[in-house]
Design a protein around this ligand. Structure first.
Ligand SMILES: [Zn+2]
Length: 526
C-alpha cells in the first residue's frame, strides 16, 4: 500500500468529522472490511475531487451566474457501493441488501451487487451504513416565504388573514431577497432528501425575476421546475393583494414566453424546466387562466395553481360562479396530465373521480393544511382514483420548514387519522414522495433507481441515535417512522451535493446571516 493510500485510510478511520477535507484517491478494493450487520458505522468512505473544496458565498447577488463554474469538472462516473439497503422504487419495488449503483454522466448505468459493476469510478462512495433510495420530489413550495416564517402577526391566522398580513411584507422584497431565500429553501430541501423541486413564486416586486431563482438553483446543482407565478387582481379591482405586487396580464404572458424561450429544457434529464402558474383562479382573470394554460400547451410546458384549499374558497366559487372549484378549473381548461393543483383539500367525491379520470396532478401539503386550519385532503381517495399525487412542503410561511422527509411522515399519519388506520404504509408514502412527485411534474426520468434513470439518490445512516433500535428491523421504513434530522448523502445528476449530512461547498453561516438580515429588514420589530 502506498503511503498516500495509508494516510487516506487513517483519516477515514479516525477522522469522523464533517469538514470538507480534501482526501487522496483510494482504490475502493483496499478499504477495511465492514463490520456488523449493516456495515462499518465509522463513516462514508469517499473520494474527494482535488478541486472540490472551494467554499462560496451565497450572500447577496454574487451567486448564480449559472455558468456552471462550480461544477466538478471531469467527474463523470459515480459508484455508490455496498449499501446496507438499496431501495430502487422501480416497477418491481426491488430492495437490494448490499446493493450498488454505477452512474455515468448523471445517468444510472447499472444496479446490482458490487462485483457485477465496474470496480472504480471518478467518485466512489461506500454506502455500507446507509439506506439508499431515490431523491424525493417536492411539488409545491414558495421559496421566498422562508424570509417570513413564524411572523408573529401571521402565526395563528387562517388563509385569507394570513395572506393580507404578509402581502405588504413580501412587497418589500428585492432581487437579493429572492436569491438568498431561494438558496435557503433549496439548502433545506436538499438536506431533507429532496433532489428535485418546483417553486411557485407569484409576486416579483422591485425588479426581481424568476431568472434569479434559476441562477441560484443552477449554481447549487439542484433539479428545478421554476413555476413562473403571477397575480393580476389587486385591491383596487377587488382582490386581496396590494396593487404594488400584481402585474399587468399582457406583461405576465410576455414574460412567460420569454422564460420558456430562455430556460425551458424539454430533454430527458433536464435540470431546468419552466411551469406557468397563476397564483389561483381568484387572483387573475378567467381570461388569463385560459390564455396561460393555452400558452403552456403551445410550448409543451406544464401548468400549476392553487385549488380547493379551503372551505371559504369553495363557498366563494359557488357564490360567484355557481361552480365547485374543480368544475371551475375544468371550465377554464385546467385539468389533464399537464396540470397540477396544490392542496385539493375539499374536492367532492365526483371531483375526485374527475381528477383521476383526467390524470390531473395534486400537490398534497399536509403540514400547511394543518398550520392554516384548512382541512385534510383525501390522499387515499385521490391516489385510488388515478390522480397523479405528490408531496409538497408548501410554505414556507405556512409550514414553516422545508423538510420533505418529515412531510412524508406527516402525510402518512394524517391519512391514517382521516381515511383509514392503514391508509398508507411507509413504502407507499415514500412512493408518493418519489415516483408520485415525478409523475406530478411530468417526468419519467426521476423518482426511481434503475438503468436509464437520472442519478438522483439519497442515503441515510442507519447507525444514528434516531435510528437506534429501528433500522435493524426495517431500515427503509425506519426513515419514515423515526425522525432523521437530515440525509447523510444526496446525489443529484450524479454529483454529490450532501455528504456526511452537510452541504458540499456551501457557506451556510454566511447564507443564514444574509437571510436573517433581509428578514429583519422586511419585518421591522414593532
Ligand atoms: Zn402554496
Amino acid at each position: 500500500m502506498r503511503r498516500d493510500q495509508r494516510d487516506a485510510l487513517l483519516e477515514r478511520r479516525f477522522g469522523d468529522d464533517h469538514a470538507h477535507r480534501p482526501m487522496e484517491r483510494i482504490d475502493a478494493r483496499e478499504r477495511p472490511a465492514r463490520s456488523g450487520a449493516f456495515g462499518d458505522p465509522r463513516g462514508i468512505l469517499e473520494d474527494m475531487p482535488e478541486h472540490g473544496d472551494e467554499a462560496r458565498s451565497l450572500g447577496g447577488v454574487e451567486v448564480g451566474d449559472g455558468d456552471g463554474r462550480h461544477e466538478e469538472v471531469g467527474i463523470s462516473t459515480l459508484l455508490v457501493r455496498d449499501a446496507a439497503l438499496l431501495a430502487t422504487f422501480d416497477d418491481a419495488g426491488r430492495e437490494l441488501p448490499g446493493g450498488s449503483l454505477f452512474a455515468r454522466d448523471g445517468v444510472i448505468e447499472a444496479i446490482g451487487p458490487a462485483h457485477e459493476l465496474p470496480a472504480q469510478a471518478d467518485r466512489v462512495i461506500d454506502a455500507s451504513n446507509l439506506v439508499v433510495l431515490p431523491g424525493l420530489v417536492n411539488t409545491h413550495h414558495h421559496f421566498y416565504q422562508t424570509l417570513t416564517r413564524n411572523v408573529p402577526a401571521a402565526q395563528n391566522a387562517k388563509l385569507f388573514d394570513w395572506l393580507t398580513t404578509l402581502y405588504p411584507i413580501w412587497a418589500r422584497m428585492d432581487t437579493e431577497a429572492i436569491r438568498v431565500s431561494t438558496a435557503v429553501a433549496i439548502a433545506e430541501l436538499m438536506l431533507s432528501g429532496c433532489t428535485t423541486a418546483s417553486d411557485h413564486t407569484y409576486l416579483w416586486p422591485n425588479g426581481s425575476r424568476v431568472d434569479d431563482q434559476i441562477a441560484v438553483a443552477r449554481d447549487l446543482g439542484f433539479r428545478f421546475h421554476a413555476a413562473r407565478g403571477s397575480m393580476s387582481i389587486g385591491r383596487s379591482k377587488g382582490g386581496l393583494p396590494p396593487d404594488s405586487v400584481v402585474e399587468d396580464e399582457d406583461t405576465i404572458l410576455a414574460d412567460c414566453e420569454r422564460v420558456i424561450a430562455t430556460y425551458h429544457d424539454s430533454a430527458r434529464y433536464a435540470m431546468t424546466r419552466i411551469v406557468l402558474a397563476p397564483c389561483s383562479p381568484f387572483s387573475v382573470s378567467d381570461t388569463l387562466m385560459r390564455e396561460s394554460v393555452a400558452l403552456a400547451r403551445k410550448h409543451g410546458v406544464h401548468s400549476h395553481t392553487h385549488l380547493a384549499e379551503t372551505r371559504d374558497e369553495e363557498a366563494f366559487c359557488l357564490e360567484r360562479y355557481g361552480r365547485r372549484p374543480v368544475e371551475l378549473a375544468e371550465d377554464l381548461g385546467w385539468t389533464g396530465d399537464d396540470v397540477w393543483h396544490a392542496h385539493m383539500v375539499w374536492p367532492s367525491t365526483a371531483e375526485v373521480a374527475r381528477l383521476g379520470a383526467t390524470r390531473t396532478g395534486v400537490a398534497h401539503c399536509p403540514t400547511s393544511n394543518m398550520r392554516l386550519g384548512s382541512g385534510i385532503a383525501p390522499l387515499r381517495a385521490l391516489v385510488d382514483a388515478g390522480a397523479r399525487v405528490g408531496l409538497g412542503v408548501d410554505g414556507s410561511a405556512s409550514n414553516d420548514g422545508s423538510h420533505l422527509l418529515a412531510e412524508a411522515r406527516q402525510a402518512m399519519y394524517l391519512a391514517r387519522v382521516h381515511e383509514a388506520p392503514a391508509a398508507f404504509d411507509a413504502r407507499e408514502i415514500l412512493r408518493v414522495a418519489t415516483r408520485g412527485g415525478a409523475a406530478v411534474l411530468g417526468r419519467d426520468d426521476i423518482g426511481a433507481l434503475a438503468p436509464g434513470m437520472a442519478a438522483d439518490l439519497i442515503g441515510l445512516r442507519i447507525d444514528t441515535l434516531a435510528m437506534a433500535g429501528a433500522a435493524v428491523h426495517d431500515p427503509l421504513a425506519a426513515i419514515v417512522f423515526t425522525q432523521p434530522s437530515t440525509v447523510d448523502l444526496s446525489v443529484i445528476a450524479g454529483r454529490v451535493r450532501v455528504l456526511h449530512g452537510a452541504l458540499e461547498h456551501m457557506d451556510i453561516e454566511q447564507l443564514i446571516a444574509d437571510q436573517n438580515r433581509i428578514a429583519r429588514h422586511l419585518v421591522p420589530a414593532s
